[in-house]
Write a protein that binds this ligand. Structure first.
Ligand code: ES4
Ligand code: ZN
Length: 389
């Protein structure tokens, strides 16, 4: 199937209405300037800017390192439990307004504990927001704790130990911050321990970083991740693509983030990943800094690479498939998505083009998609278990 959405408005309506999952968003990266000013005032802190627009126009970065300096500066207004609650709740409201039904959200405990904020304060605020979002918005969420790769492995291990009383409130661990000189293997023991404690494993491999391909291989061979955050550079190595497919690993791609810190949306690469059969997804990363939440990211790549209705659906199927939602929830979300595919905007169009002449490649991919939609496809995950594809 190769149904083209007829125009921008049709694409926007289709994307808005689609039930979606977000798997790569840093809660601290959702701190909008308005809330940053409010929290600064609440905590008696002076900011060098008086208005949200002043703050926005002062955000200037060209790469990961310069972005991270701005990001950590922003974080410094987060102090009390209510601050973390407000931060998370604002994101959950925004997410639900975009018809996100399930979100896995990153947080960076070391960026707070290093400033004297207790681990418990962070957890209490985030967990209260999660419970509130579940009951009042119907939004399901899970937390992923990231270690800062530009800090020591000892600091990461101490953070892992601090998290253990909250083991049931955190689904997995990740690795973020500045990648240069901080390869995955630096944290091998920390991730080994995290796995033993029952955490799911993911790691950032930011786009176009020094040694990007080698870092992704390390994630597979030395760490045993289930997902790679970003990871677009896999395309430089056919054997790596093949291995990622063989293991059924997911990639959480963040197009607008890439435009800001890696020189382009990487929309063509995203389409190549889909065509190669890699479980790629679209996500928003740090939407307060790389303007655009999930729908805007999907719109951006749809516009740049003329993604079809079916490709947009496949990106969203991938997000639910590679999510760490309990299997019964994941399958319910996938069923709701198939319902949307069958009856949502453009369904008549899809039915009509389904009978149009197709290329052999399109036919094969349509067959694969139909089989997958029926839940027959199975792939091995990194721990060897069979997963619904
Ligand atoms: C991040 Cl874009 C990105 N890369 C690595 N670490 C991060 N933390 C927040 N955003
Ligand atoms: Zn990220």
């Amino acid at each position: 199937m190769c149904t083209q959405l007829p125009d921008h408005r049709a694409a926007a309506a289709f994307i808005q209405g689609m039930p979606k999952a977000e798997l790569h968003v840093h809660l601290e990266g959702t701190l909008e300037p308005e809330l940053r000013l409010e929290l600064a005032a609440r905590n008696g802190l002076e900011l060098p800017y008086a208005t949200a627009d002043d703050l926005r126009s002062a955000y200037s970065f060209t790469d990961l390192t310069s972005f991270l300096a701005v990001y950590y500066e922003g974080i410094s207004v987060l102090r009390g439990e209510q601050d973390f609650y407000d931060l998370a709740m604002a994101y959950f409201r925004k997410a639900r307004s975009q018809n996100i039904v399930y979100a896995e959200v990153f947080f960076d405990p070391q960026a707070h504990t290093a400033r004297g904020v207790p681990f418990a304060t962070v957890m209490d605020g985030l967990r209260r927001a999660q419970a509130e979002a579940q009951t009042t918005l119907g939004l399901q969420s899970q937390l992923i704790m990231c270690f800062l790769r530009d800090q020591s492995p000892e600091s990461a291990m101490a953070t892992l130990e601090q998290s253990l009383p909250y083991r049931d409130a955190i689904v997995g661990v990740g690795l973020d911050s500045d990648e240069r000189g901080n390869p995955p293997v630096k944290f091998r023991e920390v991730f080994e321990r995290a796995r033993r404690e029952g955490y799911r494993l993911t790691m950032h491999c930011d786009v176009d970083q020094h040694d990007a391909v080698a870092h992704i291989w390390q994630c597979l061979d030395e760490i045993g991740v289930e997902r790679v955050d970003h990871g677009v550079n896999v395309l430089a190595d056919a054997a790596l693509v093949a291995e990622i497919k063989r293991r059924g690993l997911g990639l959480t791609v963040c197009p607008i983030s890439n435009r800001y810190v890696a020189g382009g949306l990487k929309a063509r690469q995203l389409r190549d990943l889909l065509e190669a059969g890699v479980r790629a997804t679209v996500n928003s990363d740090d939407p307060a800094y790389f303007p655009g939440y999930l729908n805007e990211n999907l719109m951006a790549v749809q516009g740049a690479a003329a993604l079809t209705r079916d490709e947009l659906l496949e990106l969203t199927r991938n997000a639910f498939r590679i999510s760490w939602a309990p299997p019964e929830d994941r399958d319910r979300y996938l069923d709701a998505l198939e319902e949307y595919a069958a009856h949502g905007p453009g369904a008549e169009l899809a039915a009509a083009t389904d009978t149009a002449p197709e290329t052999a490649g399109r036919r094969a991919s349509a067959r694969r998609l139909r089989a997958l939609a029926r839940g027959r496809g199975r792939a091995a995950t990194s721990d060897g278990a069979a997963a619904r594809t």
